[in-house]
Write a protein that binds this ligand. Structure first.
Ligand SMILES: *[C@@H]1O[C@H](CO)[C@@H](O)[C@H](O)[C@H]1NC(C)=O
Ligand SMILES: *[C@@H]1O[C@H](CO)[C@@H](O)[C@H](O)[C@H]1NC(C)=O
Ligand SMILES: *[C@@H]1O[C@H](CO)[C@@H](O)[C@H](O)[C@H]1NC(C)=O
Ligand SMILES: *[C@@H]1O[C@H](CO)[C@@H](O)[C@H](O)[C@H]1NC(C)=O
Ligand SMILES: *[C@@H]1O[C@H](CO)[C@@H](O)[C@H](O)[C@H]1NC(C)=O
Ligand SMILES: *[C@@H]1O[C@H](CO)[C@@H](O)[C@H](O)[C@H]1NC(C)=O
Length: 463
């Protein structure tokens, strides 16, 4: 489009509405800039802590000082998960930091420090925690009402923003002593460490931001925090685990060959501890009990992944086509609650119907609509059960064909990326995709398409 317009302009094609032309130029420029931004972001994605499918995803921890006390302050700490499809599963988050001076925690409502530390200096009232580097965890559900705080006490489980914004939050209140008692003398805590529940998050420094404005419950009066600071944490899969945690397999109606997950897709380091699906050990009591450190007990497979996602190209109609998606759990010690699945495929801009999963399009860049998020329906299949006969969930997706791009050739019908619970899954190598009979043995067109797009962009920009 950009090409023809600039060519026309050069040849001096008369354009009656000058404004229109100007407008067109602007919109073309805008699209170009957008695409450049996307390419830039894609390049950046090679570095850590950047997810191209959720470029703005982060967890923001906000401290609002709600009152000054004789020797410090009381702050409300609220953690918002702004990641579209990455939640914090059981056993929940832990949050740590270093105090700047000799601060102590007098008390916490809605959470607790894992260790009290050495409070021997204190007579009479003893603080809740005297450690220089306190580590805080959420309380479990069901604590007495008077120990609760709004959005607390969920065992540290926080939903993803895309799935349930109202549950993508966790909060507690902390009373800090031996601390500054004004916004001039208060020193911000530093070196924040967030685990959710495993490693993977990197937190930036605390930064003072404009004070939060609150409304009274009847919305008739505004109040304001005395001081507010935020800490932003981002996720990186490389920091989270050395190996993928899921793999993808393919099949199709037009070719009997199934393309399995790559062998050792998730590393075969724990192969010696795996368990055959027909093992007698599976009938022992407590075999499904999760370990404290979440060590998995995997079913023996050639891929050794806890999760496999299978994508089956099921039916080709005249105007539509249908895909079946199945997710299988191979971990005997894990129930996945509030699981999410993200798929990237160019035809996901024309999703017509999704059966038995909830669905949401993800459009992080306005120009590209090729990513979808799927998750379980509440009380139906939002729990992916431990490995075994019940350890799977499945759905079918009906897509309206875009006649110009739709093809069964060259593996076009298979996804470009799959994420489970926010971690990217290992795809089979491109030359192993099920072929359409009689079609040449070719690599899927995705890469060549990308190259073509980049080339045309370069040409466009140089014009
Ligand atoms: C964190 O996410 C929020 C919501 O998407 C966004 O407004 C904010 O700019 C993000 N912060 C950073 C530091 O990326
Ligand atoms: C500190 O408090 C004073 C009033 O007590 C206010 O004028 C000032 O803006 C505050 N500074 C910050 C950084 O919040
Ligand atoms: C998974 O959930 C079922 C039903 O709630 C329960 O019986 C089982 O023990 C759980 N398994 C794990 C590994 O937590
Ligand atoms: C993206 O595609 C989905 C699925 O067809 C559609 O519902 C949604 O409106 C599209 N969004 C944009 C911004 O084009
Ligand atoms: C598919 O979606 C795109 C953008 O969302 C739209 O422009 C196009 O008309 C759709 N194609 C069909 C066949 O519905
Ligand atoms: C099915 O696909 C495989 C590659 O996965 C290919 O080797 C085989 O020839 C295909 N079968 C037919 C009948 O084309």
């Amino acid at each position: 489009m950009g090409f023809t317009t600039s060519a026309n302009k050069r040849e001096g094609t008369p354009v009656k509405a000058n404004d229109l032309q100007l407008l067109q130029c602007f919109s073309i420029l805008k699209i170009k800039l957008q695409l450049w931004a996307i390419l830039l972001l894609m390049a950046l994605s090679q570095s850590e802590a950047f997810d191209p499918l959720d470029p703005f995803g982060n967890i923001t921890i906000k401290w609002d000082v709600v009152s000054w006390t004789a020797d410090g302050y009381v702050a409300s700490v609220i953690m918002n998960n702004y990641q579209m499809y990455r939640h914090i599963n059981t056993p929940g988050w832990t949050l740590g930091w270093n105090w700047a001076k000799k601060e102590v925690i007098w008390s916490i409502v809605g959470a607790q420090a894992t260790e009290q530390g050495d409070c021997s200096k204190f007579k009479g009232n003893v603080p809740h925690c005297c450690k220089k580097n306190p580590i805080i965890v959420d309380l479990l559900p069901g604590v007495p009402y008077n120990q609760q705080y709004a959005n607390c006490c969920k065992g540290g489980v926080v939903a993803s923003w895309g799935q349930d914004p109202s549950a993508a939050v966790s909060a507690f209140q902390v009373s800090v002593g031996v601390a500054g008692t004004s916004n001039k003398t208060l020193k911000l805590p530093k070196d924040f460490v967030l685990m959710g529940p495993g490693p993977g998050y990197t937190c930036g420094p605390a930064e003072v931001v404009p004070s939060t404005v609150f409304f009274t419950p009847d919305h008739r009066r505004k109040t304001q925090a005395l001081m507010t600071w935020t800490v932003t944490c981002t996720y990186s899969q490389i920091l989270s685990s050395k190996y993928p945690i899921c793999c993808v397999s393919f099949s199709s109606f037009y070719n009997e060959t199934m393309t399995p997950c790559p062998s050792c897709a998730c590393g075969c380091h724990n192969k010696k501890d795996c368990i055959m699906s027909d093992s007698k050990r599976l009938t022992t009591l407590g075999i499904n009990t999760p370990k404290k450190d979440n060590t998995p007990l995997l079913q023996c497979t050639h891929h050794m992944c806890p999760i496999r996602v299978h994508w089956h190209v099921k039916i080709n109609y005249r105007d539509y086509w249908r895909v079946k998606i199945a997710v299988t759990n191979f971990n005997y010690r894990m129930n996945y609650t509030q699981w999410t699945l993200v798929a990237q495929h160019p035809n996901l801009n024309n999703v017509t119907q999704v059966f038995s999963f909830d669905y949401k399009p993800l459009v992080p860049y306005q120009a590209i609509n090729d990513t979808a998020m799927f998750y379980g329906m509440k009380f139906y299949n939002d729990l992916l059960m431990e490995a075994g006969p019940l350890g799977n969930v499945q759905s079918e997706v009906l897509l309206r064909k875009d006649k110009t791009t739709f093809t069964l050739k060259q593996g076009w019908g298979f996804p470009r990326k799959i994420y489970f619970n926010g971690d990217e899954c290992k795809l089979p190598p491109p030359d192993s995709y099920p072929f359409l009979p009689n079609s040449a043995h070719e690599i899927p067109s995705f890469y060549s398409t990308m190259v073509a797009i980049i080339l045309s962009l370069l040409i466009n920009i140089m014009m």
